[in-house]
Design a protein around this ligand. Sequence first.
Ligand code: BGP
Length: 486
Amino acid sequence: MNKETTVFPKGFLWGGATAATQCEGAWNVDGKGASVLDHCTNGDKEHPRLVTEVIDTEKYFYPSHEGCKQYEHFEEDIELFAEAGFKTYRLSINWSRIFPNGDDETPNQAGLDYYRRLFEKCREHGIEPTVTMTHYDIPWHLCVEYGGWANRKVIDLFLKYAKTILTEYKGLVTRWLTHNEINFGTISYGEIITSGILPKSGRILMQDPDATTEDVNRRFQALHHEFIASAKVVQLAHEIDPENEVGCMMCGFAFYPLTCKPEDVAEAQRDMEIWNYYCMDVMCKGKYPYWAKRYWKEHGISLEIAEEDLSILANGMVDFISFSYYRTDCSKANTQVVEGRTDFGMPNPMLEATEWGWTIDPQGLRWLLNEYYARYEKPLMIVENGIGAYETQEADGSIHDQARIDYMREHFKAMAQAIEDGVELIGYTCWSAIDIVSAGTGEFKKRYGLIYVEADDLGNGSYKRTKKDSFYWYQKVISSNGVDLA
Ligand code: BGP
């Protein structure tokens, strides 16, 4: 795309993203409590992570304890982001840095001070923070003592936390996301990382083959509580500062029918519904989708919905939609258990995939942007997109991550087409701004960053930062507002 004028709107929010438990490290310093991710061991493609009830550092390595050490390096990191030309930095606040146990009387001042310094540093460099309130980091105490989000009391504890940070950072932060990838809440993975509830295997798997109706019911009840919390936060954020904008944050799932068999087409529709629209309808339309009752009945789900809940949802619709986009999957009827099935569906035989088996599908992004926009007509922001890859540093220190450049270029072309289609796309933050720990596998060597961090899967290394080729390439893209993709 060598157009002289850009199709990206003026003020388009180019940037990069991270999450606290994957980048900060310093998991138990300055008064911070343990979050659920601090109890997760490392793993890799073949060996799923474990969640241990007791942190046993003699026996296991817990990658979130180190992250990429951003807690120590945040000034340097933000200077690098400014050099790349970021307009926004999407990061998350670690709930257990502010309320170490989640139910403490008063917030931890050192935690509040840390994020204040970080946000001020961003502002000094003309970078607007985009802040996720909870990115897989519920305080561990709330998992153990309350059973996580399935307990309605957690709504008020979250609101207290939200009120604290909304008040504290008024004026410094005006763009907020409530729950990261809330739609993972329908499956085991989401429940582990948001409530610490383990499947029998004790391992972090996407789906739990042994889940009972009771387990499924609990997950949907937890999601209902997250919806109520999010809706109340939207109202609260607007009251505290009318400048605040609050978005939902979804894992963007795109499902294609594997064949044109009508049964496969219907299956793809069902997959789109449960993976995307169950949560998005609640958060964007303020009500459960019309087919929810059928779904609940078929899955033995019976939710406790308090009398006031429906009006809370109706009065707490988000201002915009943010989502992550990495891959697409295919739907095929009657394939819940079938050889070759991925965690989400069938692999698409027409697409290449990354070394972790994630399909690469830039055109799917244009399709999904149009799907979301047609349904909700709210501004959209892509807050995660990128490629995880093994990378090495050359003898001269350089890192040639051409695969990342190619990946991003094709996705930018798809974004430009969607904008030309008429979609209101307001920003893009790549995943990730800098190398961090993988959420799924706990590896460090599954690298996503524009900036290389010299560290390995067991926390060894200098943690020195080096700009990759993609850093320089993205810098040109940003300075030309998406014109120069060469
Ligand atoms: C999303 C999460 C991120 C991030 C990313 C990449 O689901 O919001 O936290 O890690 O996926 O996934 P992974 O780290 O498993 O490769």
